[in-house]
Design a protein around this ligand. Structure first.
Ligand code: AMP
Length: 266
């Protein structure tokens, strides 16, 4: 398996199965690579800590980075290429006007969940992912349902941009959890032992069918709630009778922000 930073090396991988990540790979990411592998296409994994999706007060500087270990993990589960572009390759523009040229899909502005808590986040995500799709030209891409709103945003972005990425389809991969139920996240390394048991409140909360119960559980675990809601699976707006719903939570433990979600009915 090769690790490349240049665009020329991507050409033979046109039509690949593509897994975009920010590195610090854990079993959640590796399950995405395995899922990509099942498509039968060569698998390209990108590793890029995207500055545009972090707000100034967020953890861009201290976000965990370990390219060498990431490449070994990716190779182990069958990745064919790791693309680790520099910021200059991703954003060769002189000003940041390019950020505002992209029309954001509804899932990035309407639900008032991640979009409300992190107002500049999805613009940064969409700009990076669109650029990666332009460069890699995959035929299939795999995103984790752990970031459920992000999955919907990218799904809608692909639909919206139509012919820009010919016949590109998206696969949503199941959430991978530690044995205690905590959803795996690169940010879990920040948690102390005590905070880890508090964090289990998220997993308990998303198994409730009533928002009030979710809130009580999160509060009992000393978590600072950003949202704890039950929403329509497809739009992330208010539930509609007879349609699948999803419980979604975001909560803070000091500076650490955690999210989780689970489907409730289908
Ligand atoms: P990140 O590196 O955090 O940007 O995540 C890269 C991809 O991995 C995204 O599609 C995430 O949704 C996915 N991902 C992260 N954690 C998990 C997990 N625990 N289970 C499944 N997918 C995950």
């Amino acid at each position: 398996m090769e690790v490349v930073t240049n665009l020329e090396a991507l050409a033979p991988f046109r039509g690949c199965a593509f897994v975009p990540t920010m590195g610090a790979l854990h079993d959640g990411h590796l399950s995405l690579i395995r899922e990509a592998k099942t498509t039968g296409n060569p698998v390209v994994v990108s590793i890029f800590v995207n500055p545009e999706q972090f707000a100034p007060e967020e953890d861009l500087e201290k976000y965990p980075r370990n390219l060498e270990q990431d490449c070994a993990f990716a190779e182990d589960v069958g990745a064919d290429l790791v693309f680790a572009p520099t910021v200059e390759t991703m954003y060769p523009h002189k000003s940041n006007e390019f950020l505002h040229q992209l029309h954001l899909p509804e899932a990035a502005t309407k639900p008032k969940l991640e979009d409300a808590c992190r107002p500049t986040h999805f613009r940064g995500v969409c700009v990076a992912v669109a650029r990666l799709f332009d460069l890699v030209q995959p035929s299939v891409t795999v995103f984790g349902l752990k970031d459920y709103q992000q999955y919907l945003v990218i799904k809608q972005l692909i639909e919206q941009e139509g012919a820009r990425w010919e016949n590109l389809r998206i696969i949503g991969a199941d959430i991978i959890r530690d044995d205690d139920g905590l959803a795996m996240s690169s940010r879990n390394v920040y948690l102390t032992t005590d905070q880890r048991s508090q964090a289990l409140g998220l997993h308990k909360a998303i198994r409730c069918t009533v928002e009030e119960d979710m809130i009580n559980i999160l509060e009992d675990h000393g978590l600072e709630i950003e949202y704890a809601v039950i929403r329509d699976c497809e739009t992330l707006l208010s539930p509609i009778k007879g349609r699948p719903t999803r419980a979604l939570v975001a909560a803070r433990l000091g500076h650490i922000r955690l999210i989780d979600n689970e489907i409730l009915s289908s």
